[in-house]
Design a protein around this ligand. Structure first.
Ligand SMILES: *[C@@H]1O[C@H](CO)[C@@H](O)[C@H](O)[C@H]1NC(C)=O
Ligand SMILES: *[C@@H]1O[C@H](CO)[C@@H](O)[C@H](O)[C@H]1NC(C)=O
Ligand SMILES: *[C@@H]1O[C@H](CO)[C@@H](O)[C@H](O)[C@H]1NC(C)=O
Length: 420
């Protein structure tokens, strides 16, 4: 679903505009969405917003919603499947796993395919204590001990802070709350969920001791060869310190907007008038019949989940510079913060934990060359190349066969580590 990641994000930005344009709407008349909003026939209405906890509980699993305070005062919403109701293993040792979503995504992305295929359910049924993170700024983490999300200062963060503060806090909180004396967790991240791991583990190397195995789906750090057209197009403008990027910086990107979310949640319903729009968008994103369409209404209802524009700017900076390095504030402020005119590289050489890189040939975000260049610098890593030549960024989340090709092998590695 974080395939969704950037590509869907950018598709969604364009969606509302594109809906009125010929390419998408050949068969559809011009649409006044606001008129449809209160029209019962159009089925666009404000439903109660369901959370990840509600969605997990709907499948019969125990589900918890936690609010975790970070060192710098952000409050992130994290969900948990503490055990499996099928195993009734609440009194057994359950190794902790943290799974972390991608850019503009959220914890819901991991559970869209239901209990038979989705990683969190499979992990719970394999005996793990499963935690689903949400980075600051998304729909579940617009919260702070003293600062309102309405205040522009709230949005002054990138994925750097999500790694450095949020993921660190989640690891410590999950270990403490699990209460079984465990010293380390397993980690799974998709896309930005991998970037935040690399940032944290390189800059706070003591956290490597808290990792048993880490699984990077579509790892993103070095971005020199990434082929995503939109990123390559806007990179030269927004990937540098200039009037464009300053204008775009420090803001909430796609605020949680009930109207848009209702629209998206209805878009893919089978009986919905605008279903062709959904099919068109989905077909554009995924060639062939590879995506689980049943999961789409919930996917659209929960995405995009919001982020700071700085997260995008930071990625564009990486794409432009060819470095995996900290946020570029411009020479003057860089000098104050980093004591150098250019931002320092993340010292990924210092990531000592066991890192598994799951990558594929058809990923327009995580190019093979970039993954291999990163792997050369990681001291303790294993490569897992996806055999399917069509496997792309989104397939890591939504492919119909994600259980067989990804989730089961990952769980096997974790079980082996824990001798389960
Ligand atoms: C913000 O955090 C507080 C403290 O943990 C929590 O009680 C509250 O429900 C959170 N609000 C939102 C909107 O998440
Ligand atoms: C597709 O997603 C639906 C809804 O979550 C789920 O029930 C179904 O098992 C999934 N099908 C496949 C083939 O993954
Ligand atoms: C990496 O770790 C080594 C050994 O602890 C340390 O000397 C070095 O400063 C670290 N590198 C960076 C760039 O932080």
């Amino acid at each position: 679903m974080q395939n969704y990641l950037l590509s869907l994000t950018f598709t969604l930005i364009g969606l509302v505009a594109a809906i009125n344009c010929a390419a998408v709407s050949a068969a559809i008349p011009k649409i006044d969405f606001y008129k449809l909003y209160d029209n019962p026939e159009a089925h666009i209405s404000l439903k109660d917003r369901r959370t990840t906890r509600d969605r997990i509980a709907a499948h019969g699993y125990p589900a918890e919603h936690h609010h975790i305070v970070t060192e710098d005062g952000y409050i992130v919403g994290v969900f948990r499947i503490p055990y499996s109701h099928k195993l009734q293993n609440q009194d057994k040792i359950r190794p902790v796993v943290l799974v972390q979503h991608g850019l503009t995504s959220c914890s819901d992305a991991w559970i869209l395919q239901g209990p038979d295929d989705s990683l969190p359910f499979l992990l719970a049924d394999a005996g793990f204590d499963v935690w689903l993170g949400n980075g600051r700024g998304n729909t579940y983490s617009r919260n702070h001990t003293s600062r309102s999300p309405q205040h522009p200062y709230f949005w002054r963060f990138s994925w750097h802070e999500i790694g450095y503060f949020d993921i660190a806090a989640m690891i410590d909180y999950a270990l403490k709350t699990n209460g079984q004396g465990q010293k380390a967790i397993h980690y799974v991240g998709h896309s930005q969920g991998t970037t935040v791991f690399f940032a944290l583990m390189s800059l706070r190397p003591e956290y490597n001791a808290k990792i048993k195995t880490a699984h990077m789906f579509a790892p993103i750090a070095i971005m020199t060869h990434m082929e995503n057209k939109l990123v390559r197009t806007v990179g030269p403008y927004l990937g540098h310190r200039n009037e464009y990027s300053l204008f775009f910086a420090d803001q909430e990107f796609v605020p949680s907007n009930d109207f848009l979310l209702s629209l998206f949640s209805n878009l893919c319903e089978p009986d919905y008038k605008l279903r062709p729009v959904c099919e068109n968008v989905v077909q554009k994103l995924y060639a062939g019949n590879r995506v689980n369409m049943t999961a789409m209404p919930d996917g659209m209802a929960t995405h995009p989940a919001g982020c700071s524009t700085n997260q995008m700017l930071h990625y564009l900076q990486e794409q432009q510079s060819g470095h995996f390095r900290q946020y570029d504030y411009g020479p003057k402020k860089n000098q104050e913060i980093y004591q150098s005119a250019v931002p320092p590289d993340y010292p990924v050489e210092n990531i000592s934990s066991e890192v598994h890189l799951w990558y594929s040939d058809n990923d327009d975000m995580a190019a093979v060359e970039d993954v291999l260049a990163l792997s050369d610098r990681l001291p303790n890593m294993e490569l897992h190349h996806m055999e399917d030549p069509l496997w792309d960024h989104g397939d890591f989340a939504l492919n119909q066969e994600v259980r067989k090709y990804l989730n089961e092998p990952v769980i096997e590695i974790m079980k082996k580590f824990d001798q389960m």
